[in-house]
Design a protein around this ligand. Structure first.
Ligand code: BT5
Length: 321
């Protein structure tokens, strides 16, 4: 019901909609309409009411509940089933659990706040309430495990395209899992899987995105390296709309990938990448390699040529440019 009501206001942005019209469209009484309006107000929406005119939405709540995302969602399956948390330790843990229990492909876990968000190698991911996006997508591709890094690259392309569509801002991808804006980290992607040695059961794609934070909202440890869409664009972004756009972009790219392979994703990834065609440091757990990043393989492996002409295949590292 909430989802339908929000859709009505979305279709009549800035205009009054009469109680009569709303009750007809929702198929409920005028008293029920009033109750739903009161509920939206409690959820942070500002709604005007005027005699003989009806109701008008003044400000959206910028929430990311299922009904708020679904008013924009145009996917066939990705995100059509959503589990939402006001606060959770990590959406990755919840998604792993659901995947183990056998939940279907396309289910998305989303949280308004994570209290123990995770990066790679046990690092921390900060996800502040009300201003960021933290979500984990559950996929069930028929793939050998070594191909899953390609899904990280696909996810980065989907997020960059959705941000461009939504805000006009052009981001850059830093192999393997960072999206930068004006040289600072905007998005982190964490791809994990449940697999046998030769077959993937599920892939969990975790996406953390800084949306409406201001500089002072980032803790001391990341305020110099992190940025948000709002800092870069000077506007407050509707998180629900952005989530829906990311899921749409992801779904069509994923379909292309499953039917045609990585070769369709690769040129898009390369177009946004700042980590190929340049000299880089690749910092691994035990080793650092400096050299020319020649490109990525079809498996998503980074090829770096050192000063002796030896080409190294890098599977996971932190890149410095
Ligand atoms: C990542 O790891 O960048 C992957 C982050 C994935 C987060 C998502 S949110 C939804 C899902 N649930 C989770 O629990 N995780 C996923 P890594 O490349 O290891 O980078 C981690 C580093 O990024 C940290 O050590 C900080 O330096 C920095 N960092 C932490 N929080 C940040 C933020 N909000 N913005 C920018 N940088 C951040």
């Amino acid at each position: 019901m909430k989802e339908k009501l929000l859709k009505i206001f979305l279709e009549h942005e800035g205009e009054y909609v009469s109680g009569e019209k709303i009750s007809q469209e929702l198929g409920c009484s005028r008293t029920a309409v009033w109750k739903h309006i009161e509920e939206l107000r409690k959820n942070g929406y500002k709604l005007d009411s005027a005699p003989r005119k009806g109701y008008r939405m003044v400000t959206k709540a910028n929430g990311i509940h299922s009904h708020e995302i679904k008013q924009y969602l145009k996917t066939n399956y990705l995100g059509q089933e959503l589990t939402y948390y006001d606060a959770i330790d990590s959406t990755q843990y919840a998604a792993h659990k659901l995947a183990q229990e056998g939940i279907g492909e396309g289910h998305v876990v989303i949280a308004n706040e994570q209290t123990a968000g995770r990066g790679r190698l046990g690092r921390v991911w900060h996800s502040r309430s009300d201003t960021s996006i933290s979500m984990s997508l559950i996929l069930r591709p028929t793939l050998p495990p070594q191909k899953t890094p390609q899904i990280t690259l696909l996810a980065a392309v989907a997020v960059v395209r959705a941000i461009k569509k939504n805000t006009g801002l052009t981001c850059e991808i830093k192999w393997p899992n960072d999206i930068l804006l004006n040289g600072k980290k905007l998005v982190g992607i964490l791809t994990e899987m449940q697999a046998d040695p030769d077959l993937v059961h599920s892939v969990i794609v975790g996406i953390g995105l800084n949306v409406n934070q201001q500089k002072e909202d980032f803790g001391e440890d990341i305020e110099e390296i992190a940025t948000s869409l709002s800092i870069a664009g000077g506007k407050t972004i509707d998180r629900a709309r952005l989530i829906a756009d990311i899921l749409s972009e992801f779904e069509w790219l994923y379909e292309e990938y499953l039917s045609k392979g990585f070769s369709t994703i690769r040129p898009m990834w390369e177009a946004y990448s700042i980590s190929v065609g340049t000299y880089i440091y690749a910092r691994m757990i035990k080793d650092v390699i400096y050299g020319y990043a020649k490109g990525i393989t079809d498996d998503g492996v980074l090829l770096v040529e050192d000063e002796h002409g030896k080409v190294h295949s890098i599977y996971s590292a932190d890149i410095e440019i």
